[in-house]
Ligand binder design. Structure first.
Ligand SMILES: *Cc1c(COP(=O)(O)O)cnc(C)c1O
Length: 431
């Protein structure tokens, strides 16, 4: 399989190069050169397949022969080694829980798949790869856990000091081994700026093979298709219209759902649910895409003012605004509405949602009375315990720590405190 740069000014590359480079030399996002729908019989008989078998069917065309079948199946098996329950919430409304992995956010799936692909693709290289990533929270933990002990790969994670939750900080600072945490005095944007500078720094590039593990990497983006198929498999009535509501920030997750539809998964349409960072809802209303500085909210993994996957969504719909509008509905919600939704879910449905899942639920509520005989599924993208400081005061209840969290919360934090770019540079060159 070849990947094209969406800026159209770089040559096509194989999967391996797309994964190691992350972004094309012309700064474009990589996109598969061809997309072939899956066999209809496979989708019709999906209940007979295991999650691993589904993953293999879904992803194999995007890897081609670059990873042998046996290896790829092992990678998929390890990626999907936890449950993806579909939970009844209300009549015609279900939650797809994506938080049963090691760091309890859906980013585990992409990070685990990418880590294992990179480990395999770089297995014989004399040069280790350095994964350099800035995080505002969930990415860091998922990347740390996903890449732990992967041979020939070193990980350097920058996070803003005192601006991530306790759980999130422990998830990225306690693992050690090939995982290095740099605690930056500053904001997420400062971390991001340092990472960008390092990628352009000639003396670093000459000495280190740098790659990024953010959601634009095709090996993080594409495996997100798996759980839309796994959700469909679990539906007992497969003939009803199916709508997914996806809490969206960089729009990688919903863009994977659109790819699943391209492969033939019968999804009627999508709801992109978001907070007051309402670039996409506004775009669908006006046809004008105007990025803005991000605004802080309680669903902070979606505080994005210029969603990086927007360009991929355009590509999937051949830049046809009407076609996109037919398939993609989008709503924005305030923190107040999100809090009320969390409270409602808790009091009436006995369900504890995290702020992102609650936004997904709100998107469903906008439509579920309009579309009869339709199955709505919203994605619950993180376990509520990851946002304890928001969730607990709202539902006035403590949430017991799941084993994955207990394991890290009492471990000692190991991080290198840095204030300026030169410190990142010497860290990269000396480690
Ligand atoms: C990253 C994240 C999102 C947003 O996902 P995108 O693919 O960037 O749209 C939503 N919820 C949680 C909990 C996240 O960590």
């Amino acid at each position: 399989m070849k990947y094209t740069s969406l800026n159209k000014k770089a040559s096509n590359v194989p999967f391996k190069e797309a994964v190691i480079k992350g972004l094309a030399p012309d700064k474009g996002l990589y996109f598969p050169d061809t997309i072939t729908p899956l066999n209809e019989d496979f989708i019709k008989h999906i209940s007979h397949f295991s999650n691993e078998e589904i993953g293999f069917e879904v992803i194999k065309q995007f890897i081609g022969d670059e990873i042998p079948e046996k290896e790829l199946k092992r990678i998929i098996g390890e990626t999907l080694s936890f449950d993806f329950p579909l939970v009844d919430i209300e009549y015609n409304i279900k939650a797809l829980e994506l938080f049963h992995g090691p760091t309890m956010a859906f980013k585990d799936i992409g990070a685990r798949f990418m880590a294992r692909c990179l480990g395999y693709l770089n297995r014989d290289s004399k040069r280790a790869v350095t994964v350099l990533v800035a995080t505002s929270g969930d990415t860091g933990g998922a990347v740390a856990s996903g890449f732990l002990d992967v041979k020939n790969v070193n990980v350097v994670i920058l996070y803003p000091s005192k601006k991530v939750s306790d759980v999130q900080e422990k998830q990225l600072t306690t693992l050690g081994k090939n995982i290095n945490a740099l605690e930056v005095e500053g904001t997420f944007d400062d971390c991001q700026a340092m990472v960008k500078k390092a990628f352009l720094d000639k003396s670093i590039i000459a000495n280190r093979q740098l790659t990024s593990a953010n959601s634009i990497n095709v090996a993080r983006w594409l495996p997100q298709m798996f759980y839309f198929f796994i959700a469909y498999k679990q539906l007992s009535e497969k003939n009803r219209k199916l709508v997914f509501s996806v809490p969206s920030g960089n729009y990688g997750n919903i863009c994977a759902a659109m790819m699943a539809k391209r492969l033939g998964l019968p999804i009627h349409h999508f709801i992109a649910s978001t907070n007051i960072n309402d670039i996409i809802p506004k775009y669908l209303l006006t046809g004008k895409y105007s990025p803005e500085p991000s605004k802080q909210t309680i669903s902070n993994a979606m505080d994005v003012g210029d969603p990086s996957n927007f360009i991929r969504i355009q590509e999937i719909y051949n830049h046809n605004f009407e076609a996109l509008k037919n398939d993609l509905h989008s709503y924005s919600f305030t923190d107040d509405e999100t809090v009320k939704a969390m409270l409602h879910l808790y009091e009436y449905n006995n369900y504890i949602a995290d702020p992102h899942g609650a936004v997904g639920y709100l998107g469903v509520k906008k439509e579920h009375k309009k579309y009869i005989d339709t199955q709505f599924v919203f994605l619950e993208t993180a376990h509520p315990v990851k946002f304890l400081n928001v969730v607990s005061p709202i539902i006035k209840k403590n949430i017991p720590l799941p084993p994955q969290i207990k394991k890290v919360i009492d471990q000692p934090k190991k991080a290198t405190f840095i204030k300026k770019y030169s410190e990142l540079k010497s860290f990269l060159l000396n480690n």
